[in-house]
Design a protein around this ligand. Structure first.
Ligand SMILES: [Zn+2]
Length: 382
């Protein structure tokens, strides 16, 4: 396979030759035609709750449905992603873990696309605000035995675990999870300064969607946002979809954390792409899609229930909000999240894995023209 495009990092027109699942060569193109798409390493999304009306948190989840959601990533240029299950009963979570694990084992299309599972909850804050749309009756204290049983159901595929470190046994729990090789993230928390410090000392290395899953009103300082923002040991994941964080917050977070310590996530729920209206969702309960696409807890317009826009929107929006260049914005959605979960970061050079996204940068989004996964065109036209 051979394709012509402009490199995302320096705009140079190149000819890329792909052999099997690797880039064989990347060479400058003389007299490039006008209108060439940009090319970048495939995107990596650490937080995907579902797609096309299907949540991973669903007692009716099947191997086929996991495959459907996985293949839906192709149209967004996402070559590796983390199926994400949120706070629920042990029964529902263990079902989700088992089915995702089975899907990876039975369907090569799933195995190639799933990086690892992100378990967001159930050990999150029970307070209104921090818990967001996570159901109150299922928010609970950390339980190592339960976590181990979920990890067993997942066949060891849980690679990210988001917890609130506000419970008595949080630090000890975090240490065990981190020692087992799982990336521990802080999220949906009302933790104190000391509790956050203890969590990071115990091995937490990420903040999950910093600035969301928080009280509507908090003490000016200290508070858990400053505490996480200031700790250089924490990488922040950010939902930069134009709805979850205002421009000034995104810019301030990116400047304070530095570009190297920020990653973009879509956090899309299975409601992504659904028309406005009220829905009963298997994971989130009652949710409402507003006319502008925002997904909220019904009856009000502030408390978001999740996101519905792809990670490419985050790339375009972080460029606008935080004055970040394309190369850095792509890195925040590709190489950096890959590195966090132990994947080889994508490169545009001979020998690199042939996971590519070809796109045009449009107003507020990426227009994905084609996606190449392991040397195979899985979406669009080259
Ligand atoms: Zn969340």
């Amino acid at each position: 396979m051979q394709l012509n495009a402009r490199r995302y990092d320096n705009q140079q027109a190149v000819s890329i030759v792909v052999e099997d699942d690797r880039l064989a060569s990347v060479t400058p193109l003389q007299d490039p035609p006008a209108g060439l798409p940009l090319v970048a390493p495939g995107l990596v999304d650490l937080q995907v709750n579902g797609h096309g009306g299907q949540e991973f948190n669903d007692l009716d989840l099947t191997v086929d449905k996991v495959a459907q959601v996985s293949r839906a990533m192709d149209a967004e240029g996402v070559t590796r992603y983390c199926p994400t299950a949120t706070t629920q009963s042990f029964e529902m979570l263990s079902h989700a873990m088992r089915v995702i694990h089975d899907a990876c084992g039975q369907v090569p299309d799933v195995e190639r696309r799933v990086a690892c599972i992100h378990l967001e909850g159930p050990y999150l804050s029970a307070q209104d605000g921090p818990r967001g749309a996570h159901p109150l009756e299922h928010c609970r204290e950390p339980d190592w035995d339960e976590f181990q049983r979920l990890q067993e159901a997942a066949g060891g595929r849980i690679g990210i675990h988001t917890v609130s470190p506000e419970y008595e046994g949080s630090a000890a729990f975090i240490r065990k999870v981190a020692d087992s090789g799982v990336l521990v993230a802080i999220g949906h928390t009302s933790a104190s300064t000391d509790q956050i410090q203890a969590a990071v000392d115990a091995g937490a290395t990420m903040s999950t969607h910093l600035g969301n899953g928080a009280h509507g009103q908090i003490r000016r300082h200290p508070n858990y946002i400053w505490d996480q923002l200031a700790d250089d040991r924490l990488t922040a994941s950010l939902i930069v979809d134009g709805h979850h964080l205002p421009a000034a917050v995104v810019k301030t977070f990116v400047r304070a954390k530095t570009i190297e310590k920020c990653v973009l996530v879509s956090d899309i729920t299975g409601m992504a792409g659904m028309p406005p209206g009220l829905y009963e969702n298997s994971s989130l309960g009652s949710v409402e899609v507003l006319e502008d696409g925002r997904l909220v807890v019904p009856g009000q317009r502030q408390l978001l229930a999740g996101a519905s826009r792809p990670i490419g929107v985050g790339i375009a929006t972080v460029m606008e909000y935080a004055d970040v260049g394309l190369a850095d914005a792509v890195a925040m959605a590709s190489q950096r999240p890959a590195s966090l979960i132990g994947l080889e970061p994508g490169r545009l050079e001979a020998g690199a894995t042939a996971d590519l996204v070809l796109f045009h940068l449009a107003e507020g989004r990426l227009d994905v023209q084609a996606t190449v996964l392991g040397g195979e065109r899985v979406y669009g036209e080259l």
